[in-house]
Design a protein around this ligand. Structure first.
Ligand code: PLP
Length: 389
């Protein structure tokens, strides 16, 4: 099979499998062995070397999905992010990070870098010039996230990749919100693509995993650091992730469709102040999103009118789960202030535009009519029980 010519769903279904040579089963067997022969073998295998049969096969699938030469699987998205960052940074180096970032990545930067002698700057916005102005002689990494969590800002991937290349700086992107279905940053020149595979890759809210996709050269460097840090994923979960990826194309395309319909409806809703979704023509970077994304994703955020208690609204939902994390087949909502961005100071959240009543909405695969009906009944419930001011 010419893997360069096959489509997304074919890659998801057929590539990166462990062939069952013994029984000819249709799906990959799981190799749980933590001990492998070392004499006369091409590869010395060990789970913490990220190269067991299941780990290696899944790496192939993810590399092909992200248009890279290689990929590695990790125990969580933060393991993938932290191992990749620490592979490219040492004492005396500087990193520029996008202002709007997943709270855990922000927390990693502000609590860990300093003790390793690494300096860092957050941009004050997400335009290319905001990054250019933070660069220093010793900047080694530029780190972006687009669409960003939770405000769905869009960063110009190509412009950032060009800026980084012109200065010999490594560029990294957190591609979790888009998933490889909607965005392939390497096509725009980015060096290293990071994923919380806990999200769209897993897609069923039952796996915690991470992935890094890049050139063989960059993966080799990340591997050297990662065997020291030891953030590998158990083969049982690797197998589950490989199984989940078979339906990623189907799931994400359905979530794209639902999110587009719901964002448009919420934008017109009397009880809604503002909607953040890159698929809306009203999004300030809609044109840029169209250029670099194949679909606009299943994530959106919105603010209810200030007169409506957002916590009471979430409690009144009957179908949509008010729960942590995102990207499962079921719709979920949360308040970033109380969850994903709770470790960020109130002042930093305010500077980023994350209001206390901002609701992050991970749109599932249910019928959009049912999702909207649930939102409407929850709004009616809280406004009837609440004295409007
Ligand atoms: N990146 C983004 C955009 C996320 O939303 C998350 C988690 O919510 C992470 C990274 C971290 O992933 P994990 O929780 O799998 O470590």
């Amino acid at each position: 099979m010419d893997t360069k010519k096959i489509g997304l769903n074919t890659i998801c279904t057929h590539i990166g499998e462990v062939k069952d040579e013994q029984f000819k089963g249709a799906v990959s067997p799981i190799y749980m062995s933590s001990s492998y022969e070392y004499e006369d073998v091409a590869v010395k295998r060990y789970p913490r070397y990220y190269n067991t049969p299941n780990q290696a096969a899944l790496g192939e699938k993810i590399a092909l999905l992200e248009h890279t030469e290689a990929a590695m699987i990790f125990g969580s998205g933060m393991a993938a992010i932290s191992h990749a960052l620490m592979a490219f940074l040492k004492a005396g180096d500087h990193i520029v990070l996008q202002q709007t970032l997943y709270g855990g990545t922000y927390n990693f930067a502000v609590t860990q870098f300093e003790k390793y002698g690494i300096s860092y700057s957050f941009t004050t916005g997400w335009q290319p010039e905001d990054f250019a102005k933070e660069l220093k002689e010793n900047t080694k990494v530029i780190y972006i996230e687009t669409p960003s969590n939770p405000l769905l800002t869009i960063t110009d991937i190509e412009a950032i990749a060009k800026l980084a290349k012109s200065k010999g700086i490594v560029s990294m992107i957190d591609n979790t919100f888009a998933s490889p279905v909607n965005q392939n940053p390497v096509d725009f020149g980015i060096d290293i693509v990071l994923h919380s595979a806990t999200k769209y890759m897993g897609g069923h809210s039952d796996i915690c995993a991470g992935a890094v996709a890049a050139s063989k050269e960059h993966i080799e460097k990340i591997w050297q650091a990662s065997i020291c840090f030891g953030g590998s994923l158990s083969d049982q979960t690797v197998w589950l992730l490989e199984r989940s990826l078979k339906t990623m194309g189907l799931r994400v395309k359905e979530q794209n469709k639902n999110a587009m319909v719901l964002a448009s409806m919420l934008e017109k809703h009397d009880a809604v102040e503002r909607v953040y979704y890159p698929g809306l023509a009203s999004h300030p970077d809609h044109e840029l999103a169209k250029k670099q994304m194949k679909g606009f994703g299943g994530m959106l955020s919105f603010e209810l009118l200030e007169t409506i208690d957002a916590t009471a609204f979430l409690k009144a939902l009957k179908l949509i789960k008010p729960s942590m994390s995102l990207a499962g087949v079921e719709s979920t909502m949360l308040l970033p202030t109380k969850t994903s961005h709770s470790l960020m100071s109130a002042a930093d959240r305010k500077a980023q535009g994350i209001k206390d009543n901002l609701i992050r909405f991970s749109v599932g695969i249910e019928e959009h009519e049912d999702i909207l009906a649930d939102i409407n009944q929850a709004i009616t419930t809280v406004t009837n029980n609440q004295v409007l001011v």
